[in-house]
Design a binder for this molecule. Structure first.
Ligand SMILES: [Fe+2]
Length: 672
């Protein structure tokens, strides 16, 4: 008799107290073992976070072990358990590792291949590879949730998701519950039914109890022009500001209007030419239908222009705001200026921040991090076998993304969902905005350095103190360098990339299925020809899921909780003339108490890290067993540590530190 020792490591995920039956089969290069039912005394040791060893005795040697099949009988009781990995030691003392990181449930036997990474063209077990992908494609199906959206997972509720896609049991993804808990914790329940606030001081009364140091800074400075401008660079939506070389046709701003704001003695034309004028243009909001789901509260939207000036002190200041899209000033259109009376100027800035908040929520955050990451995740599961090195590279960066988005579709952004309780784009508006934003969601706009260049904000000397850009560039370079190291290990030439059918199918699935509603000019690649292209593509996937999401997600409470700084809706039409509004009109415009409470609950819940967050470069699951990749990962973490230190020492000199892109605060994946 020959003895093969099999050691099974279980996960720390919450799973059943009692496991009933486990079957195991070893497949060797010479023959397979019988399907072995593990002894009850062995199965009883399958507890969370344990290693259980069992001897399998066979009459003839099996050869090198190439597959392990593990499963359990179909029974009604739920006794799913999480298998991290299996190792097999042969009678001659050779050891083989089989990474798993999957739930063993009643569905089907799980077939594991050893941890050696293989490109499809080098794999001599093509049939298993094909079967693995076929069964994954049955689980990970595309669905068009709303017309014009990126495609998402075909599941209408979180419970429909396979266990491997779900959150671990300990984490609640019930948005309603989370928001209500947040509202209760913030002490806001009593405000849910009350109507308008009286004045800004009224906001302060509740705010002093719920502020954090960042939001307190916002409360103290929100109405100052320099701080309004600062937020375009380092707030929660730092992706809108762009260099303005020519004024848009529909912006009726003139030299006479702004000359008092220009401090270099130059004309507006000269300042434009010199590169000191920037713009925030919310054209996407034009014609979008405001939330009409509450017959008692009419809500409004507007598509503002905000002209920004980099003064001689390098401050970014708003110098002109127009809330409509008419080419001339007259009935229904005016250009608001810092020299206007305080209420006109304050309300005009609020309207800009309202549009900015909306675009942040729907475009910058939802579409350009959550939904696009889900597309990459689904395509990865459908097209890359578990032994593919790129599968191993990407899997930490898609963790829980399908789960969080499914929960959002179930409770948050759906019809009658939480989003429409507070937001001016609730109802049809959110769909209209996403459909429009798909036209500018180009592949290149996901490449961080290109995105900076396209907005004319890439030059550090030209536009200083843009920490989002500076930190983002450092993180982009660190990710790219890591990806490049890994790609070099497996792809010896550009031809190797071209011959990799799974990689080609992966990008095709993104292009033709996930992003099928993306116009051609968005240029999602439908093939990858070189190693360089592959490196860029994978950097986009990892950077978007980690850094970009962190930059726009975790500052939501800091920036959006002081409601006058970023209203989530407006209950009065945008002003079209000067001298018509007072504080009362402003308070009647801002979200009422109920909407404010829902908004605060939302931005609080969305800004929370998970209990056991995995930050960028932290990969506790050992998918890779190759030493060269383990070394590359160490180098990556070292670089990220250096970036963290650079950001830390820079922040020590700042009144308001910018830490959203500090690698030690960037989770690996979109999961909240
Ligand atoms: Fe998020």
């Amino acid at each position: 008799m020959f003895t093969y020792t099999v050691s099974v490591t279980t996960g720390k995920q919450e799973f059943a107290e009692t496991i009933n039956e486990i079957y195991l089969t070893l497949v060797g290069t010479e023959r397979s073992s019988d399907r072995t039912l593990l002894d009850k005394s062995v199965v009883d040791h399958f507890k969370r976070g344990s290693v259980v060893s069992v001897d399998i005795r066979v009459k003839e040697v099996l050869g090198d072990i190439v597959l392990v099949k593990i499963g359990k009988e179909k029974i009604l009781l739920s006794d799913n358990w999480f298998c991290r990995s299996i190792s097999v030691t042969t009678p001659s003392g050779d050891s083989f590792e089989f990474p798993c990181y999957r739930w063993i449930d009643k569905e089907k036997e799980v077939v594991l291949r050893d941890g050696k990474d293989r490109l499809p063209q080098d794999d001599n077990m093509k049939e298993y590879r094909r079967m693995e992908l076929e069964s994954r494609q049955l689980l990970f199906r595309w669905k068009e949730w709303r017309p014009g959206f990126p495609l998402s997972i075909d599941a209408s509720s979180s419970t429909e998701l396979h266990l491997d896609m779900q959150f671990e049991a300990a984490k609640s993804v019930d948005f309603s519950l989370n928001y209500i808990t947040a509202i209760r914790n913030l002490g806001l329940n009593k405000f849910l039914k009350l109507s308008s606030w009286k004045d800004i001081a009224d906001f302060e009364k509740i705010f002093v109890k719920i502020k954090n140091s960042e939001s307190e800074y916002v409360m103290q400075n929100w109405n100052k022009d320099y701080f309004f401008g600062y937020q375009f660079l380092n707030g929660s939506n730092p992706v809108i500001i762009s260099k303005c070389m020519n004024l848009p046709d529909k912006f009726a701003v003139t030299q006479e209007m702004v000359e008092g704001s220009l401090d270099r003695g130059l004309t507006l034309q000269e300042e434009l030419k010199a590169g000191n004028i920037y713009i925030a243009d919310y054209a996407i909001m034009e014609g979008v239908q405001a939330n009409a789901t509450d017959p008692d509260t009419k809500q409004y939207l507007a598509p503002p222009f905000c002209l920004l000036y980099k003064n001689s002190q390098n401050e970014i200041l708003p110098i002109a705001i127009q809330l409509s899209r008419q080419t001339t000033v007259g009935v229904g259109n005016t250009v608001f200026l810092p020299s206007d009376n305080q209420y006109d100027w304050m309300l005009a800035k609020m309207w800009v921040k309202y549009a900015d908040f909306t675009v942040h929520q729907v475009v910058t955050h939802l579409l350009r991090t959550h939904l696009i990451s889900e597309v990459f995740a689904i395509a990865m599961y459908r097209q890359l076998a578990a032994v593919h090195p790129v599968f191993k590279l990407l899997i930490p960066h898609v963790r829980f993304t399908i789960a969080i988005n499914t929960a959002a579709r179930e409770k948050l952004i759906c019809k009658s969902g939480l989003f429409e309780k507070a937001n001016g784009t609730g109802g049809i508006g959110i769909v209209e905005v996403i459909q429009k934003a798909m036209k500018t969601l180009t592949y290149k706009s996901l490449c961080f350095p290109e995105a900076m260049k396209a907005r004319g904000v890439d030059n550090k000397e030209d536009l200083p103190n843009y920490y989002y850009r500076d930190d983002g560039m450092m993180v982009w370079e660190a990710v790219k360098s890591f990806v490049s190291d890994v790609v070099k290990i497996y792809y010896s030439s550009d031809e190797t990339v071209q011959e990799d059918k799974e990689i080609q199918a992966f990008v095709q699935d993104v292009c033709f299925s996930g992003m099928k509603n993306s116009p051609k000019e968005c240029e999602f690649p439908n093939s990858l020809k070189t190693r360089e292209q592959l490196v860029e593509y994978l950097t986009v996937v990892i950077f978007t899921a980690s850094a970009q999401h962190a930059a726009v997600n975790f500052g939501q409470y800091d920036w959006f909780s002081w409601i006058p700084n970023s209203p989530c809706t407006m209950r009065k039409p945008p002003p079209t003339q000067k001298g018509q509004v007072d504080m009362r009109y402003i308070m009647e415009s801002l979200p009422d108490r109920g909407r404010s409470s829902w908004h605060l609950g939302a931005v609080w819940a969305l800004s929370q890290y998970q209990d056991e967050e995995l930050f960028l470069g932290v990969y506790p699951d050992k998918h890779f067993t190759e030493q060269s990749v383990i070394e590359a990962t160490k180098t990556f973490r070292k670089k990220l540590f250096e970036v963290t230190n650079i950001i830390k020492s820079r922040n020590e000199k700042l009144k308001l530190p910018y830490w959203y892109l500090s690698p030690d605060r960037i989770p690996n994946s979109v999961a909240i």
